[in-house]
Ligand binder design. Structure first.
Ligand SMILES: C[S@@+](CC[C@H](N)C(=O)[O-])C[C@H]1O[C@@H](n2cnc3c(N)ncnc32)[C@H](O)[C@@H]1O
Length: 265
């Protein structure tokens, strides 16, 4: 005889996931907080949690500038296969690339600045869309990979320069400036965004969300002397406002965070 009793059912996670996703999307609708800077404080930097490690604006060594120099090949390998990257939980790398290219196309960019270009995964899709790229990165090993990638494209389409965002002094030189996987590690995100927004009319960036995933990255990267920052949607909106920019488009990158386009109002 069949046993009677309560029947166990697998929990229905889909509605929960949908609710969480909606809640994260709704977070974008928060009103812009009024931030009154205290004297001597850079208001843009208030959106970032206090940093454990410095950027070049402080006395300590900016480890972010060298961290990816030592890990260039390992990091670049993620781009070899999108399905493998997705299997390893790194699909957001491709989602943010796609977002950046879509946004560059949406604003009809002819010339894009790629800040922290790494091995140059943005070059091919931008060049395919007829967009010229100026790419900057301070890490010699990353630059070597980026220059090899640039050489695959027609002359004059990709220029690679060894410098960090701290040396960005251009004004209105580009249609869009993109920084993917850079705001994660920068201790002065307001200053970075301001410089990008001065150099270009539109700015695209990726921002990790706070939470367990970012906490675990923080622990991992701390061993290399690099801090990792998480951003809530309201932090991103406020960072933009303080740099004189508005959020014009955004995309959730799963649990990894957000990709955002800022534009001048
Ligand atoms: C996580 S990787 C991302 C690379 C590339 N944007 C991508 O999406 O694959 C971060 C890159 O930022 C570069 N970087 C480090 N310090 C920097 C700085 N001060 N200014 C600009 N880029 C920097 C690193 O060398 C590294 O190539």
């Amino acid at each position: 005889m069949a046993q009677q009793g309560p029947v166990w059912r697998a929990p229905d996670v889909l509605p929960v996931r949908a609710a969480v996703a909606k809640e994260r999307q709704d977070l974008w609708d928060v009103p812009l907080p009024q931030v009154r800077p205290s004297r001597g404080e850079d208001p843009a930097d208030r959106a970032s949690p206090p940093s454990a490690v410095s950027s070049c604006h402080h006395d300590r060594v900016p480890e972010f500038r060298t961290y990816f120099h030592r890990r260039s090949t390992r990091f670049a390998r993620f781009y070899q296969s999108e399905p493998v990257a997705r299997m390893l939980g790194r699909g957001a790398l491709f989602d943010r690339l796609n977002f950046a290219v879509e946004q560059a196309e949406a604003v009809e960019a002819r010339h894009v600045l790629d800040v922290g270009c790494g091995s140059g995964p943005l070059f091919a899709p931008l060049v395919r869309s007829g967009i010229r790229v100026t790419a900057i990165d301070p890490a010699p090993n990353m630059l070597e990979l980026a220059r090899a990638e640039a050489a695959r494209h027609p002359d004059g389409m990709v220029e690679v320069q060894q410098r960090g965002w701290e040396d960005l002094l251009e004004v209105d030189e580009y249609d869009a400036a993109v920084a993917l996987g850079v705001f994660d590690y920068v201790d002065a995100p307001g200053e970075l965004l301001r410089r990008m927004g001065r150099a270009a009319t539109h700015v695209v960036g990726s921002f990790p969300a706070p939470g367990l995933r970012t906490c675990l990255r923080e622990i991992r990267y701390a061993r290399g002397g690099v801090s990792v920052h998480g951003y809530r949607p309201r932090d991103i909106v406020r960072l933009g406002a303080e740099a004189g920019l508005v959020v014009a488009a955004r995309r959730l990158l799963g649990r990894a965070g957000y990709a955002v386009r800022f534009s001048r109002p």
